[in-house]
Write a protein that binds this ligand. Structure first.
Ligand code: NDP
Length: 779
């Protein structure tokens, strides 16, 4: 072709990147790999192959880790951990900095190897995956440096087991390893079976950086290796990215083990286009939203919601743009869409599209490569919100679309999913954008943009997209724990008795649901005695129906989340005022119940907790993250939602108030199961709430056996979080039960929390989740 002809046609010529250096590196390693344990590679056992999905060629053979390999990796990590942590923030920062530098020096080798192994276009691995991986190590070198001064009360968790998927192999590794190492942990990481090569190259980088042996260990193999890591008793934390199904299994497998857990799971993220959007930009955004990495992105904008008036025009422009996408050799720098990761994934995508009989399916009119795992960019229009393909993650280059009429309908459709990972919204009206963004159930919202990531802005989901954040200050909590040691919490029993009440005038405590006193549905109560065996009162026994009613009331009170911090503070102060007015009565009630003399202290500390929560209500702010775009990422703290809490048994009034106050200060609604042995402090307390202008449903109080209430809380699909501070250790049951809708849990694992200390910071953190709203500037 002559230059003149090229100018006439404006066709792209081929611009292939050489695979030479990457293939040579593989050959240098013998084209076979063992595991990286305790600073060196084990002997390769040739168990499975890693192939290039673009042409099916075998790149290398890899080893399937045995239980002994996993044990050896965990032992090495354990042995290295204390010394690594003692190195101090600055000591660790130097290693993280060295790793970032080495990633930079070998950037092209990593990019080409990633593209060969995964099939993603070289433009993406070169310009996105590898630079972002470097950025994570630089950013967390900074976090290591700052840990001693900024997080003096936090320490490392210990050994972290990390399991990552195949869609961003090196980037996911960086997201997991960088913060873990920065905070003084050591790691055992398993890459996905399809894409282990850049993790093994990274192991080599660790050696080159002189990282102490055992700090990073990499074991390869399939899901069985992931299961071994998950089940290993000497691992303190599991960090997982992958499918919701496996995430759920991991939640169940780790239940009650005391392991920390973060899950970054699937999504079906809405891409909302309003009729005043810059349509060409929104179309170009879609290319990045759903054809980036062949749509194999957890936060892919895979669900297009377009306002009815512009839908036809939008779809026809979109189809024209799709026809212009270039598919082919991912090493070609002119390629837009590369290969799907493996024939298995290609089959899954093909089957999902072929079994759909609804709407209209449009495959882009593009030239398809003759070999390799390629799937054409696809658009399916006219689907109902409930259609399978509108609800299920396809994880391929397939966009589904429906229309909406009003902003309210857009929000309802966007949130009509079990997921809540990300969302994009497109409008030229800043008022509309900033009104809609907070209403979307998502951990990340991009305004007039999509798929923006940075180490400084936390990433993670809501609902069944998992919990925990990766990146930013918010991501660090997941790799640290409080410095203060805890003690075992012994079960606390109430007193037995057979005497009547000291005052014959009956008082009938009830449950408190939706702002009203309610008799227990089951019609049962149990006697509560003081130490000398005299009857103090009858406590109602709540059952699952009462919990259901309380959840309904709490859900109906969702307007509380939208009230101002100032208003919530006013109400918390008012509760404190009313409690103070009855201080003596509450103090003697607590003393009678517990046979201790802590009553007055409990009341005084409860008033202080109410003041603390009121103080924080308008001060526990989000942040504006300094991300490297012309724009900002607004890290907004949002309430977790409806929280079911089993309150402490040891401090019946103070424990309940300490749990309630920060939660409602942040806009949550709570269902509190009062202290099981000493419930009557709580039934008196609802009278205080009644006189303090607390809106109906914001606080609900139940009494009854914690072991029975716990499982209903954990399995209820409209409860967003369950906390347990009960002296009955219900941690395993709650964590296992929570796997259903992957609700957030905070359980005590049978350990104490000192309620006479102000734990407000920890409670505020558990009461909120961060949503990052990215707002680019400029025309
Ligand atoms: P998986 O969730 O199966 O795999 C993710 C990681 O977990 C891999 O390293 C995998 O090993 C490992 N694993 C598999 N089973 C277990 C287990 N029981 N215990 C511990 N670890 C385990 O995702 P896939 O890669 O198989 O993809 C399936 C679907 O998941 C995709 O089609 C997509 O819908 C979704 N997905 C979502 C991702 C996200 O980022 N949200 C990323 C990847 C997939 P190995 O792969 O080696 O078998």
């Amino acid at each position: 072709m002559t230059v003149k002809e090229i100018f006439d046609s404006m066709d792209y010529g081929p611009a292939p990147e050489s695979a030479g250096d990457a293939l040579a590196w593989i050959v240098d390693q013998g084209a076979k790999f063992g595991h990286f344990i305790n600073g060196s590679f084990t002997k390769a056992t040739d168990d499975f192959q890693s192939r290039n999905p673009a042409n099916g060629e075998t790149l290398a053979t890899l080893s399937q880790a045995s239980q002994e390999d996993v044990n050896a990796a965990v032992t090495a990590a354990r042995k290295a951990q204390a010394k690594w942590e003692k190195l101090g923030g600055h000591g660790r920062a130097k290693y993280l900095y060295a790793i970032s530098r080495l990633l930079q020096k070998h950037a092209r080798l990593f990019a080409v190897l990633e593209t060969l192994d995964n099939g993603k276009p070289i433009r993406e691995s070169r310009d996105i995956d590898i630079p972002l991986a470097q950025r994570h190590f630089y950013y967390h070198a900074g976090m290591a440096q700052l840990m001693d001064s900024e997080l003096p009360d936090r320490v490392a968790l210990g050994v972290c087991g990390q399991i990552i998927p195949w869609n961003f192999p090196l980037l996911m590794l960086a997201w997991k390893i960088a913060p873990a190492l920065a905070m003084g942990n050591t790691v055992v990481l398993k890459p996905a079976e399809y894409t282990s090569l850049t993790a093994l190259l990274f192991a080599d980088i660790c050696r080159q950086a002189g990282l102490p042996d055992g700090v990073v260990n990499i074991v390869t193999g399939d899901g069985a290796v992931g299961e071994m890591i998950t089940a290993h008793e000497d691992i303190n934390k599991i960090a997982f990215t992958g499918s919701t199904d496996v995430g759920r299994k991991i939640r169940e497998a780790t239940a009650g083990s005391g392991k920390s857990l973060t899950l970054e799971l699937g999504g079906k993220s809405p891409y909302v286009v309003f009729d005043d959007a810059d349509i060409d930009s929104a179309i170009e955004g879609l290319v990045d939203a759903i054809w980036f990495n062949q749509g194999q992105v957890c936060c892919a904008g895979s669900r297009l919601l377009v306002q009815e008036g512009i839908a036809e025009k939008f779809h026809s422009k979109l189809k024209a743009r799709m026809d212009g996408l270039r598919l082919g050799n991912p090493l070609d720098k002119c390629i837009d869409v590369g290969a799907v990761v493996d024939p298995v994934q290609l089959q899954t995508i093909t089957d999902m599209v072929n079994t759909n009989s609804e709407g209209e399916t449009y495959h882009a009119a593009v030239e398809m490569p003759v070999e390799g795992c390629f799937y054409p960019p696809t658009l399916i229009t006219g689907l109902a919100p409930s259609s399978t393909l509108m609800q299920e993650e396809i994880f391929g280059p397939v966009l589904v679309s429906t229309t909406f009429r009003t902003p309210d309908e857009a929000v309802a459709l966007a949130n009509n999913t079990r997921y809540g990972l990300a969302a994009s919204l497109w409008t030229e009206n800043v008022n509309l954008a900033l009104d809609i963004a907070p209403k979307l159930v998502a951990g990340v919202v991009w305004v007039n943009a999509t798929n923006l990531f940075d180490a400084a802005a936390g990433f993670g989901g809501k609902r069944e997209s998992g919990f925990g954040r990766e990146g930013g200050w918010e991501g660090l909590a997941a790799y640290t724990k409080p410095r203060k040691a805890t003690k075992a919490l012994a079960p606390i029993a109430g007193f037995k008795g057979d005497k009547g009440p000291s005052d014959p005038l009956d008082r009938t405590p009830k449950l408190y649901i939706g702002g009203k006193q309610a008799r227990p549905d089951g019609g049962y109560s149990r006697p509560i005695y003081g130490k000398s065996g005299n009857l103090l009162g009858q406590a109602p026994i709540a059952n699952r129906k009462d919990i259901r009613n309380a959840v309904e009331a709490a859900q109906a009170a969702k307007g509380w989340a939208g009230t101002t911090g100032h208003l919530r503070a006013q109400i918390l102060y008012y509760i404190a005022e009313n409690l103070s007015a009855r201080a003596e009565e509450f103090a003697s009630r607590v003393n009678a119940l517990t046979n201790a003399r802590n009553g007055a202290r409990e009341v005084e500390a409860s008033i202080q907790r109410l003041f603390s929560a009121a103080a924080w209500a308008d001060k526990y702010d989000g942040q504006v993250h300094n991300v490297p775009i012309r724009g900002v990422a607004l890290a907004m703290r949002e309430p977790t939602g409806v929280i079911g809490a089993l309150c402490p048994d040891d401090a019946p009034l103070l424990g309940l108030v300490s749990v309630m106050a920060p939660a409602i200060a942040m806009g949550n609604r709570v269902i509190l199961a009062a202290s099981e042995p000493f419930p009557l402090a709580a039934t008196d307390f609802y009278q205080v709430l009644d006189t303090s202008d607390v809106p109906a449903g914001v606080v609900n109080i139940l009494t009854g056996p914690h072991s029975e209430l716990a499982s209903t809380f954990a399995s209820h699909l409209d409860v967003d979080a369950v906390w347990s501070f009960s002296s009955t250790n219900l941690s395993a049951e709650i964590e296992r039960g929570s796997a259903g809708n992957l609700k957030r849990t905070w359980v005590n694992n049978g350990q104490t929390l000192d309620w006479f200390e102000d734990n407000s910071r920890a409670l505020l953190e558990a009461s909120t989740e961060i949503k990052n709203i990215w707002v680019p500037y400029g025309e």
